[in-house]
Design a binder for this molecule. Structure first.
Ligand code: MCA
Length: 500
């Protein structure tokens, strides 16, 4: 299993650097193993039992990683949460998950106090200073290894994904899912112990946590973690020839390309540069080849599955395509109405099967059942086609979803927040194309008669309830919304009139 592979790396090369955070002190594999074990004993001392949900809302930092590994080792369910969630949003996740324990930033102590007091299931909140030495907290606990859970179907993590019609749902990711995913990526992308990953992604999503960080640790490689993404700094580091792997979302690649400003900067020493979480525009694919002398490897995944499809490491990386099924992954194009497989080149829903596919949604048997076909294929809600030689191309979404900077924004969630404003009679949230972000969140508002809410006020109202990336970037006022005979807002028509 994935945790066993890390343990093996710790035994085989204890002195090798596993992680270097923000240019600070290097953490060797032996130190990583010992500190994760101490953290596991610390969590147990706090009363954490297998199956308990351990929520962590921290910035990208070493304690986050120790808590992640430790929670999984003792069979608890690790629940990472975006540090940008305001208290109202955080409350929903903690309550829905029935989290027992929360680790949050010291600076949020007073802002979270009232919300925490209102949550009976949350037994303890531990505020930490992410920059303080973690050993000050766990150093007195044993560093004896804790045997990780042996059952592949035991839940390792819970990751919230929003729904098209409902509040966010907790996707249950098992130890077996993580192992299947990481082994597939290890062989498909040729991860090596001498790889050095430059890591600039957030670590509360599958992309940064599983695909990038687990990938490096599983391979016994070294991950250099940056606290955030700064195009100038990242391009400088990539040029330094110290790194062999970098993973990003198209917005990051767009900024790196803009940073190069037409100059030819040779990055051909990089073994692997990937793009995912949103479709890679063709001009960026070719721009990278011209400016950097490398061909980006585009791949396709989702929270419920981790990675599904990928362009090959060796062989043709096809522009506009998300590639071929990863080892152990079955992928097909099916009619979204009948779930019957469609022939090559026909557009239908991308459906996925394999050991990497999640166990279901937390406490939502109906939603879980709806997510799968009768014969066990996961309905992704993404539309695509497959070519005669097996390459998949995404063609749009069957679901109402906006992707901004590689982050999924579900319009109903934003609409729900806007509808709680006293001056809003009706609203629709859509994504408008944007060169840098992929799509921008745009709200179309029908005010109540006689009301004239200001755009800024509506955005601030959303921001109190939702993370910044979900908050509309543009607000447009309208007398009414285009609706079909059933009264449903016609978002395609709205996009046609609203997006420039
Ligand atoms: C930040 N902001 C955003 C986003 N990120 N707004 C919309 N969409 C976003 N993605 C807000 C900031 O809070 C700020 O708001 C304003 O935009 C400008 O911020 P800026 O400094 O320009 O942004 P940044 O901090 O540089 O972040 C941009 C980013 C970041 C580096 C592209 O969004 C990012 O790391 N994206 C990667 C997301 C990711 O890992 N996705 C994987 C999930 P204000 O001005 O109000 O403060 S999907 C996944 O895991 C699946 C499985 C998969 O296939 O990968």
């Amino acid at each position: 299993m994935f945790l066993d592979a890390i343990a093996e790396n710790c035994r085989d090369h204890p002195h090798k650097t596993a992680i270097q955070f923000s240019g600070g002190e290097a953490v060797s594999y032996a130190q990583l193993a010992k500190t994760a074990s101490r953290t596991a004993h610390y969590l147990r001392a706090l009363g954490t039992e297998p199956g308990d949900r351990v929520a962590v809302q921290l910035p990208k930092c070493l304690p986050f990683i120790y808590l992640h590994l430790a929670a999984m080792q003792i069979g608890a369910v690790f629940l990472p949460l975006n540090p940008d969630y305001p208290p109202a949003e955080l409350r929903y996740f903690l309550a829905d998950a029935g989290a027992r324990l929360l680790f949050a930033e010291m600076t949020k102590q007073s802002a979270l106090a009232e919300m925490i007091a209102s949550l009976p299931t949350l037994q303890e909140t531990i505020f930490i200073d992410a920059d303080a030495p973690w050993l000050d907290r766990v150093g007195s606990y044993s560093s004896n290894p804790v045997s990780p859970p042996g059952e592949p179907d035991q839940t390792a993590m819970m990751l919230y994904t929003s729904g098209t019609t409902s509040r966010p749902k907790g996707a249950l990711i098992t130890h077996g899912n993580l192992t299947a995913n990481i082994e597939a990526l290890h062989s498909a992308w040729g991860w090596r112990a001498d790889d050095r990953l430059l890591h600039a992604l957030p670590i509360f999503h599958v992309h940064g946590l599983v695909v990038a960080l687990h990938g490096a640790l599983h391979a016994g490689a070294t991950a250099d973690l940056l606290p955030g993404f700064d195009a100038e700094a990242v391009l400088g580091l990539l040029q330094s020839r110290r790194y062999s792997v970098f993973m990003g979302v198209p917005t990051m690649h767009r900024r790196l390309y803009a940073q190069a400003a037409g100059r030819r900067i040779d990055l051909s020493h990089m073994r692997l540069l990937t793009s995912g979480s949103d479709r890679l525009p063709d001009d960026l694919f070719f721009g990278y080849q011209r400016s950097f002398g490398v061909t980006l490897l585009e791949r396709y995944g989702m929270t419920e599955t981790g990675m599904n499809l990928s362009n090959p490491l060796h062989g043709e990386r096809r522009v506009g395509s998300v590639g071929l099924p990863l080892p152990g992954v079955q992928a097909r194009i099916a009619d979204p109405e009948t779930d019957l497989p469609l022939p090559d080149d026909a557009v239908g829903e991308v459906q996925i099967r394999g050991a990497h596919v999640f166990a279901g949604y937390w406490n939502q048997p109906e939603k879980t059942a709806q997510a799968f076909t009768a014969d066990g294929w996961l309905r992704t809600g993404d539309l695509g086609s497959r070519s005669h030689d097996g390459y998949f191309t995404l063609k749009g979404r069957a679901k109402d979803l906006i992707i901004s900077g590689g982050l999924n924004v579900y319009p109903p969630e934003v609409e729900l927040a806007l509808m709680t404003h006293a001056d809003v009679a009706a609203c629709a949230v859509i994504g408008c194309p944007d060169a840098e972000w992929g799509e921008l969140v745009v709200a179309v508002i029908v005010p109540k008669p006689g009301a004239a809410p200001a755009a800024d006020e509506l955005c601030a109202h959303c921001r109190e309830r939702l993370a910044a990336y979900k908050t509309p970037r543009r607000v447009i006022f309208a007398a009414d919304l285009p609706r079909n005979a059933l009264g449903k807002v016609q978002k395609a028509a709205l996009r046609g009139t609203v997006c420039d």
